[in-house]
Each structure stands twice: as C-alpha cells, then as structure tokens.
Ligand binder design. Structure first.
Ligand SMILES: [Zn+2]
Length: 161
C-alpha cells in the first residue's frame, strides 16, 4: 500500500481559495502497474462519492481495475478528510489537494477537469463548477468589478506516510 499526495501549483488572480467540490469531484488520473510497469493510456475517474467492491470484495474502494497487460488487480482510494485548498498564500509553491491510498498501482499523472470552486478575495463571491480542463479559467466578478483567473501551472504526486 502506498499513499500519494496530489499537489498543485497555480497562479491566482483575484482569487483567495481554489478547491474541489469533494466528495463529488472526479479526479482524472493515469497510473502505472507496480507489477509489470504498464502505464494506462487513458484517463481514469476517481471520485470519493463513488465506491466499488475492492479486491475479493472485502472492502469498498473509489477505483478498481485490472492491469490490461498482466491482469493484476489494483485499487485507488481517496483518504477521507484529506482534501485541501489552494490559497493565494500558496502561490509559487506546491500545495496538497488530496491524498490517495493505492494498492497495485502508482499514480503518475493528473489532469484537472471540471468541478472546482473558486472564491474571490475581494467580494467573497463563490464560483462553482470552475472548468480547468484547459488548465486555465477566466471570469468576470460583477460584485468586485474585476476579472479573476486561475492558471494551473503544474501538478505532481508525492509519496507520504
Ligand atoms: Zn501489470
């Protein structure tokens, strides 16, 4: 079992906080099979509110699949309560967004997709369902009369204890 923390580094303009609408947010990830090293060629959905029977059906997990090369089963679980917010204090640095518990797979890539929430610093306006599929988002905040934006620069997985 390996725990991997997803960290992001973004540029925020006029935005105080950026976070996912967990537990309904769908993380799009790619993984590597620890057994044979095969890398998944498509994005897989991992969502905290969707569970499936895990290995031997003994427990519920958020994602379960068989490696298409060696048929070894792997699972990915979102650790409850591990969700974090990216704030404007974090700018220039990586900050944790969520932690996964993986068996048989290692997460290697992430793409942000839709379902983010952005809070405007000046007006406290909340924008829901922010789409970061293009790794950038620009909107006009009527309340504070300014355009606000998010640019996703990078993401990475870091092993944690
Ligand atoms: Zn494999």
């Amino acid at each position: 079992m390996v725990k991997q923390q997803l960290q992001i580094k973004v540029t925020l303009e006029g935005i105080e906080e950026l976070y996912t609408n967990h537990p309904d947010y769908t993380f799009l990830v790619k993984f590597k099979c620890i057994n044979c090293g095969e890398i998944s060629d498509k994005w897989h959905d991992v969502c905290e509110s969707h569970t499936f029977p895990g290995r031997s059906g003994k427990y519920e997990v958020n994602f379960c699949a068989k490696c298409k090369l060696c048929s070894r089963e792997g699972t990915v679980d979102i650790i409850a309560g591990s969700n974090g917010k990216y704030t404007n204090d974090n700018q220039g640095n990586f900050a944790p967004i969520v932690t996964f518990e993986c068996r048989g797979f290692e997460l290697i890539d992430f793409t942000p997709g839709t379902g983010w929430i952005a809070k405007v610093e000046e007006s406290a306006t909340i924008f829901k369902n922010v789409d970061l599929s293009d790794k950038e988002w620009v909107e006009y905040d009527e309340k504070s009369h300014q355009s606000v934006s998010v640019f996703l620069l990078e993401s990475r997985f870091v092993p944690v204890k």
